[in-house]
Write a protein of this length. Structure first.
Length: 82
């Protein structure tokens, strides 16, 4: 089975070799037929501590690294404008 890859914004890089990534997605509400925005935070492993707060990164599924980390940073996409 292929690994899932998500793209999101780093909201915290305070942990050692760990970043928290917020992934936003939109869905169509089944009853109201209205577009709803959902977001979820993932703890991701960042071996080299390269990802900084505000950057857009891609994360991929991996074997569990710790209690919360089941994702790892694959690549930096771009730096945020703010």
């Amino acid at each position: 089975m292929p690994k899932r890859i998500l793209e999101g914004v780093v909201v915290s890089d305070k942990g050692d070799k760990t970043v928290v990534v917020r992934v936003n997605r939109t869905i169509l509400h089944p009853l109201l037929k209205k577009t709803v925005r959902l977001s979820k935070k993932y703890h991701a492993h960042d071996e080299a501590n390269v990802a900084k707060e505000g950057e857009i990164v891609r994360i991929a599924e991996c074997a569990p690294k710790s209690k919360l980390k089941r994702w790892e940073v694959v690549s930096d996409t771009q730096a945020s404008a703010s």
